[in-house]
Design a protein around this ligand. Structure first.
Ligand code: SF4
Ligand code: FES
Length: 263
């Protein structure tokens, strides 16, 4: 008989409850996924009720407050706190996004926080990005040229630059590789070993439309594969969740069009 139960160790159990908001005018509870690979225990959800006057307005501020003042073991990635580095992507209130640009006030009720879905977890909110970065390397994300190098930099017209940057700054070149999109994509969940997923395909598109790059044919050859590209079924979760307002689904559609046009 088919066994449809989750493996025992994947069940998230209730964890500890910490309330440091006694007497606070405004308090909120964060329910945070915790997993420690050094302990032979199930993951758990810890609850922290905090005084909002003790931290800044973003979810990342609340996590930093918890780590600094309540529970130093809490582990998450962050760097820029400005929506630029892509490090702090996680699932907040059911949606993949950046903790540093997600306002606490934008979440109603308790704030549920877990790592990006369907990725191996190294610890707490830190996913293992080894595979996605190997996929990123596979598209050779650098400028490839055959023509002799000019004496100065390779120039690009403003119109050509706009192709990559977008007229509103939301073009493919604005991607910060946070992987919110790929980890929101059911096709990537099931076929992530071979399907490149929206983040990497958006990067591939960024190089395909770079007027200075001279390896378009070679790049398309590499993507011409039933899994790498064509496992996108236009579900659109990627575009709906992108915290930078980018449109990976459209970029994937454009790559498919390039495939058809070259015959
Ligand atoms: S397209 Fe958006 S969601 Fe996907 S990696 Fe880039 S910035 Fe993140
Ligand atoms: S900390 Fe850099 S994007 Fe959030």
């Amino acid at each position: 008989m088919v066994q449809l139960r989750l493996p025992q160790k994947s069940r998230v159990k209730p964890g500890k409850t910490v309330n440091v908001a006694q007497g606070a005018k405004t308090a909120r509870t964060l329910k945070v996924y915790r997993y420690d690979p050094d302990k032979d225990e199930n993951p758990r959800t810890d609850e922290y009720t905090i005084d909002l006057s003790k931290c800044g307005p973003m979810v990342l501020d609340a996590l930093i407050h918890i780590k600094n003042d309540i529970d130093p073991g809490l582990t998450f990635r962050r760097s820029c706190r400005e929506g630029i580095c892509g490090s702090c992507s996680m699932n907040i209130d059911g949606k993949n996004t950046l903790a540093c640009t997600k306002a606490i006030d934008d979440v109603k009720g308790d704030i549920h926080i877990s790592p990006l879905p369907h990725m191996p977890v190294l610890k707490d909110l830190v996913p293992d990005l080894t595979h996605v970065y190997a996929q990123y390397a596979s598209i050779e994300p650098w400028m490839k040229t055959d023509s002799p190098a000019p004496s100065r930099e390779r120039l690009q017209s403003a119109n050509d630059a706009e192709l990559m940057n977008g007229h509103d700054g939301h073009g493919a070149a604005a991607c910060i590789l946070c992987f919110s999109c790929s980890t929101a994509c059911p096709s990537y969940w099931w076929n992530g070993d071979k399907f490149l997923g929206p983040a990497i395909l958006l990067q591939a598109y960024r190089w395909l439309i770079d007027s200075r790059d001279e390896a378009k044919g070679e790049r398309l050859d590499q993507l011409e594969d039933p899994f790498k590209l064509y496992r996108c079924h236009t579900i659109m979760n990627c575009t709906n969740t992108c915290p930078k307002g980018l449109n990976p689904a459209q970029a994937i559609g454009e790559i498919k069009k390039m495939m058809v046009e070259r015959g």
